[in-house]
Design a protein around this ligand. Structure first.
Ligand code: UN1
Length: 519
């Protein structure tokens, strides 16, 4: 990795990256490996999974900064709520313009810090632009309903008001797009966003924050985007417990999400959860195997198996097992593993050594149960965090298959019928994303009926990952039940108010109640 690339990106986004032994100038002289000297509590260490090297340190938010940030957020929220929604949309439109202008540089930074393929990194920025465009239109469509009152000369309707301050906690795997689904919709709804990104990807969040701040300054808008960089859990805990944050939107593991939900519920706040997944693709006896193979490979290898929508299980009818298996193994053997910025690479690194360990442990657990590893499974002896994606012939009821391992492991599971496949697909604690490959109308309809997939996302002749922003995104059961991005997900960021206006000169009571107040 050329130091000049990093230096250029730091200059472009004005990133406060401090490099050891170098004062003033930006030059990446970090050491290899992820185990370095611990950064002071007020700094976050930045790494690149591409070669595992420490890039430098950025300042973290201190508890005093946190308090100031929340005060600023509350103050900005009062002013922002006064701005008409279409004008709030105009601000997001300008941010979308800034993202368009900086698409390449931001994608490079994502690839550098997160390790996803440059094409996927560009897709991530495009996803931000898409949701921004969506939000601009939505800003003119924050519709409430009008009902017919049961009382004469009464008007009954509902309207939507901003919540105030919204806390957005995001994961490393979509270091900027998931923030934007929440933030752009929350912003047009009249809220102020306090963002707590993953400490594994602070540079991406700083870059986006800089772009947004430039637009805010040009427009002299209130400070509607705030950032809290927390190397540990102290400030994120403060944010979750903070009554000033009316809504906490959390993306991350189910284990942490459960704690977030309980803490927020204890103060009767609102939580919007987008947690783990255990995506499955069903391949029935009529399926187009070429199409299915392509979707499975993208779903399993994309973002090195670190999406919540990643395809982790394939439930294939026995009559098609051998052919599908051969196609998948062939595709895996061709897939080039390496630097995610090289356009020929199909599998980039996983995020860190911890992810590599999880990969190894999951495979060891599967092997111990008698699983056959059909392809891959090695950790590559080179700088960075590279593994060979694996396909494992497995059983659905194995504990390891039921769990979400954030790494490129695909479990191939033979089934006897579509009904059995649906049953097994739903037999996991998660309920995010699912897909069926079939040419049969009755199979497709069954799969999409209430007796079919129990996931928030169910696709036909399409894989589990790569959802468009236009639909509501999220899932059931241990996935947390939240819905973000398109459709009517905006309602999560507003409070509903029901209004009744009596424009007559009598006071009829609802339900026909007679209540004679003595004169
Ligand atoms: C995630 O992994 O947290 O559908 C989000 C997809 C992407 C979003 C994934 N649009 O795979």
């Amino acid at each position: 990795m050329a130091d000049s690339d990093i230096e250029q990106l730091c200059r472009h986004f004005d990133l406060p990256l401090r490099v050891e032994g170098v004062t003033g100038a930006l030059a990446a002289t970090g050491t290899t490996g992820t185990v370095g000297i611990a950064a002071p509590a007020d700094e976050i260490e930045c790494f690149s999974p591409i070669d595992g090297r420490r890039l430098g340190r950025v300042p973290a938010t201190t508890p005093a900064d946190y308090e100031a940030t929340m005060r600023r957020a509350v103050e900005a929220a009062h002013r922002w709520a006064d701005v008409p929604a279409p004008r709030r949309g105009e601000l997001v439109r300008l941010i979308a313009e800034a993202l368009r202008q900086n698409l390449n540089q931001l994608a490079q930074l994502i690839a550098l810090e997160n390790g996803k393929l440059i094409g996927e990194a560009r897709g991530e920025v495009q996803e931000m632009i898409d949701i921004a465009d969506f939000a601009v239109g939505q800003a003119r469509m924050l519709y409430g309903r009008t009902m017919h009152s049961e009382r004469t000369q009464h008007r009954l309707y509902e309207q939507w008001h901003p919540l105030g301050v919204v806390g957005i906690i995001t994961a490393f795997n979509f270091p900027v797009a998931v923030w934007s689904w929440n933030a752009f919709i929350a912003t047009i709804c009249g809220n102020v966003c306090v963002w707590k990104p993953s400490p594994k990807t602070p540079l991406c969040s700083l870059a986006v924050q800089r772009l947004c701040r430039q637009v805010l300054e040009q427009q002299q808008a209130p400070a509607v985007f705030q950032l809290v960089l927390d190397p540990g859990t102290r400030l994120v805990r403060a944010l979750i417990e903070d009554r000033r944050a009316a809504l906490i939107s959390f993306t991350g593991s189910t284990a942490v999400g459960r704690q977030v939900a309980q803490t927020v519920a204890a103060r009767l706040g609102r939580a919007l959860l987008e947690l783990g997944g255990n995506g499955a693709i069903i391949v029935d006896d009529s399926a187009d195997l070429e199409l299915a193979t392509r979707a499975i490979v993208f779903g399993a290898l994309g973002t090195a198996g670190q999406r919540c929508t990643t395809t982790r299980r394939v439930l294939v009818t026995r009559s098609r097992l051998d052919e599908l298996r051969a196609r998948l193994v062939h595709a895996y053997r061709q897939a080039r593993i390496g630097d995610p910025r090289d356009p020929d690479t199909l599998v980039g690194p996983v995020i860190d050594q911890n992810a590599v360990r999880n990969f190894e442990q999951a495979l060891a657990a599967a092997r111990a149960l008698g699983a056959e590893v059909l392809v891959g499974g090695r950790v590559l002896p080179r700088p960075g965090h590279y593994v060979e994606p694996a396909i494992v012939l497995a059983r659905n009821d194995w504990d390891i298959v039921q769990r979400e391992t954030f790494a490129p492991i695909l479990y191939l599971i033979p089934v006897d019928s579509l009904e059995q496949a649906i049953e097994l697909q739903n037999q996991t604690p998660y309920g995010l994303s699912s897909g069926l490959f079939t040419r049969r109308l009755d199979a497709a309809e069954l799969y999409l009926s209430h007796r079919g997939s129990d996931c928030g996302i169910a696709n036909v002749n399409l894989g589990t990952s790569g959802a468009e922003i236009g639909g509501a995104f999220g899932g059931e059961k241990d996935t947390g039940g939240g819905r973000e991005a398109g459709s009517d997900a905006w309602k999560a960021y507003m409070r509903r108010q029901t209004n009744t206006i009596n424009w007559g000169s009598t006071l009829p009571l609802a339900q026909g109640i007679e209540f004679k107040v003595p004169p």
